[in-house]
Design a protein around this ligand. Sequence first.
Ligand SMILES: [Zn+2]
Length: 315
Amino acid sequence: MYIVCSTLPFREKALPEALKKLAHLGVKRVELCVEPHHSIPEHWKESPEQILRLVNRLGIKVNSIHVPLTQETSKISHDELQRISTQQTQKTIDLAAFCGASFIVQHVRLLGNSMDLRQPPILAEIAPNLKEAARYAATKGIKLALENVPTSLARMLGANPKEVMDVVNLLPPETVGVCLDVAHCVASGYDPLDALDSIDIHRLVSIHAGDNFSNQLIDQHLPIGSGDIPWEKLFDTLESHGFQGSFVIEVAEGEEKAKALTDSLDYLRDLDRFVPNLKASPMLDSRMPFSGRARKEVKGTADHKSFSKPLVTNT
Ligand SMILES: [Zn+2]
């Protein structure tokens, strides 16, 4: 399992500055977050070549890129929205290939009213055009990871994580998989462990890891270990399935965004099981001192029953 950090905590900063901050924290693998000024070269003052040189100089690797959302307006037709969104995805695939990343993370927008997500016609009613995107990604050796969303995001696919799996099942397994955002699961009232069980582990490309509280149903990306997610059980499950993908720390809440990230890293280090992994991991600088503190009381052991919704397709 790769430990990766999203640039999300530093999303208000220009990409070079965000990358330098992550490198300073000892991070070795990054995901460029969904914000356009972190994931669209036209928003950079530097060329992609300059960014890549910086990344190499800092000794970090671009693990993955999160595709920015295409804005929906009343003036734009569904066909046009799908076309623009597909184009944006293809550009991100190009950028991922250029940076040496292995996959992109994609949110999927619902265009029509059909909600039978297990039927192939659904692919015509979502943006981007996933068949086209998957074909293009295959030619570049890049994977697409479709991400579940919090319920609050209207007209997006995957407030129920199983919906994402239903659509992924319609697409080629060698190119298209799932990014399970566990904080989004909680924001939608689903137990992340049930969500994990409902997903074909062979299609699981990545975990987006942030914490959240199960009784609030709001989209939060709290430091790992500060909310209700049962992290040890989650890791047990991933381990038992032999998960080999990415574990992307995607936290950003609070006054000090960097602290959300350092607290998350500290929490992971304090889990005894992760010390050897993190220490030996090429993702984090092995020179980084480990706290050596007595293990903290492990949070996140909330009773699963506090998650309200069953994991069944609701449409
Ligand atoms: Zn996410």
